[in-house]
Each structure stands twice: as structure tokens, then as C-alpha cells.
Ligand binder design. Structure first.
Ligand code: FMN
Length: 270
């Protein structure tokens, strides 16, 4: 009798469906020009054992930073989008798409703008991840929400190119906390109360941000928390936005317990 039931269900394809129901199929889909986002994509793929696919262009952007900036500015001015090569996977086969990209001009890179014109990801859950010089996870995720109203967009993981060496541990936490990967991890405590910055806090801020290629503003107040790795700082900063208007930003800084470790900023949130 048992054999008969299994055979009948197998014929109807129900056995496969039942076993897949609890296990969501994940695709890691990414664009990367210079390899940083690709490192993150490959680490996610490794930790999840998920499928992975790269977004390629018919006419790739030149590796040179200034040439890329110039081509992008021209494309933005003329509302042109770079043509993509066909994907070698079918997005419809997946429940969750981890979508990765570099931040360009404060949002997702232009090839993702091409992608979201072709592919609306209806009914899919999209988890964003990105790499950047200073930040852009939040802005790019909200821009994606606007571009893909019929998908569920979830803000994922972002890392500065300069901190790419930290991704293994950070992704482990992110993937467990998000429920994408089995495992246990001690939750981080919340940040404490924001208080006016002390001279010591300013020293930490300058150590982390002082040699960044662009000025990151003046710290006003700070909240802190202790983690297993060290101290994290959440600075409120007075700065200027892209139009040189005065604005506020939040800058996260980490100082690890390692002997001689320099404070480093992890992201700017505008
Ligand atoms: C055209 C262009 C624009 C960029 N704009 C920003 C930006 O607005 N904010 C930022 O933090 N980084 C910006 N960057 C830096 C990239 O986000 C960063 O180098 C990223 O890690 C590159 O990823 P990839 O190696 O996967 O291509 C820009 C880079 C390029 C080429």
C-alpha cells in the first residue's frame, strides 16, 4: 500500500513538490565590473550552496574608473541603458534572488537598471547586496522597490570595497540572521543612547574616515555598542549632499579588539 501511494504521488509529481515546499530555491545573481561584488556573490554562493549567475554586457564598461564615469554620465544624460547578454538561467525557477551590484552614483549600477527594465521579478523575493566606496545599500534598495513594485524587495548586505576581507564572517551572520542559512549566532546588542561626541570619539572618527578620498563631514553625536569583535560606533554627521546642500548622514565605524587595529568606517547611510 505504502509503495502504491509513493508511486502515485511520484507520477503526479507531488513528492518533489512536497519536498521543495520547505526549501526555498535561491539564486545569486550579480553584476560586477572590477571583481568586488563578484567576491561577495561567490562567498554567498559558497555559504548557501545556491546557484549563481553573472550579468554580462554586450559592450562591457571599460575597466578604467574615469572612462566608466564618462560613459555612465553620457548614458544617463541620453537615457540609454547598456544591453545585457541573455542570462544563462531562468529566474522563474527560483523563489529568492540575491541580487548583487556595485553602487554607481549613489544607486545600483547601470546594468541593473537595464535588468529591471527587462525583468520585473513578479512574485519573487529579492534580497539586495552590494559593494561601494562609502555606502548606498539603503538608497539602492529603495530605488529597486520603486522599479519593481510587484516583487518583495528586502535590504540585504553591503560592504565597502576596502573591507572585502571581512565578508566571510559578516555574511555568515547576515545569512543566519536572515534565515537563509542554518546555524546559531549570538545577536548583537542594540546601540546605546546618542551622546555629544567627546575628543576621544572624534579621534576614532578621524582615524576611520580621515584618509577617505572624499570629506565625510563633521561628527555631532555618537551611540556605541560592544560586540564580540570590538566596539561599533554610530556617528551622526553634518555633511553636504551631492548638490552641496547641508545634510545629515549616519556613519558606522568599527574598532576591533585586535592589538594595533585601526578604526575603520563600514558604511555611510544618507
Ligand atoms: C561609475 C562609478 C560610480 C561609482 N559611484 C559610487 C558612489 O556613488 N558611491 C560609492 O560609495 N561608490 C561608488 N563607486 C565605487 C564602486 O561602488 C566600488 O568600487 C565597487 O566596489 C565596485 O564593484 P565591482 O568591483 O563589483 O565592480 C563608483 C564606481 C564607479 C565605477
Amino acid at each position: 500500500m505504502k509503495k502504491f501511494i509513493i508511486a502515485t504521488f511520484a507520477t503526479l509529481g507531488l513528492v518533489a513538490c512536497a519536498s521543495q515546499k520547505n526549501e526555498q530555491k535561491i539564486l545569486v545573481l550579480y553584476y560586477s565590473q572590477t571583481g568586488a561584488t563578484e567576491s561577495v556573490a561567490k562567498e554567498i554562493q559558497k555559504q548557501l550552496g545556491a546557484d549563481i549567475a553573472k550579468i554580462d554586457l554586450e559592450n562591457p564598461y571599460d575597466g578604467d574608473f574615469n572612462a566608466t564615469i564618462a560613459r555612465c554620465q553620457e548614458e544617463m544624460k541620453t537615457s540609454k541603458f547598456p544591453a545585457l547578454k541573455p542570462l544563462n538561467i531562468n529566474v522563474k525557477d527560483y523563489d529568492i534572488v540575491m541580487l548583487g551590484y556595485p553602487i554607481w552614483f549613489g544607486t545600483y549600477a547601470r546594468p541593473i537598471a537595464s535588468l529591471v527594465q527587462e525583468q520585473k521579478f513578479e512574485g519573487k523575493k529579492i534580497v539586495t547586496f552590494c559593494t561601494f566606496g562609502s555606502g548606498g545599500l539603503q538608497t539602492s534598495t529603495s530605488d529597486l522597490k520603486a522599479a519593481l513594485p510587484n516583487a518583495e524587495i528586502v535590504e540585504g548586505y553591503g560592504v565597502r570595497t576596502a573591507r572585502i576581507g571581512s565578508i566571510e564572517e559578516e555574511l555568515n551572520r547576515f545569512l543566519i540572521e536572515g534565515g537563509y542559512k542554518d546555524g546559531e549566532i549570538e545577536p548583537l546588542p542594540p546601540f546605546g543612547k546618542h551622546e555629544t561626541v567627546s575628543p576621544e570619539d572624534i579621534q576614532v572618527f578621524n582615524e576611520a574616515c580621515g584618509d577617505y578620498q572624499f570629506p565625510l563631514g563633521t561628527p555631532v553625536d555618537v551611540a556605541k555598542r560592544q560586540t564580540p569583535i570590538g566596539t561599533e560606533f554610530e556617528f551622526t554627521v553634518k555633511s553636504q549632499d551631492m548638490n552641496r546642500k547641508e545634510s545629515k548622514a549616519t556613519i558606522y565605524v568599527t574598532k576591533t579588539k585586535k592589538q594595533g587595529a585601526k578604526a575603520e568606517f563600514t558604511q555611510v547611510v544618507r
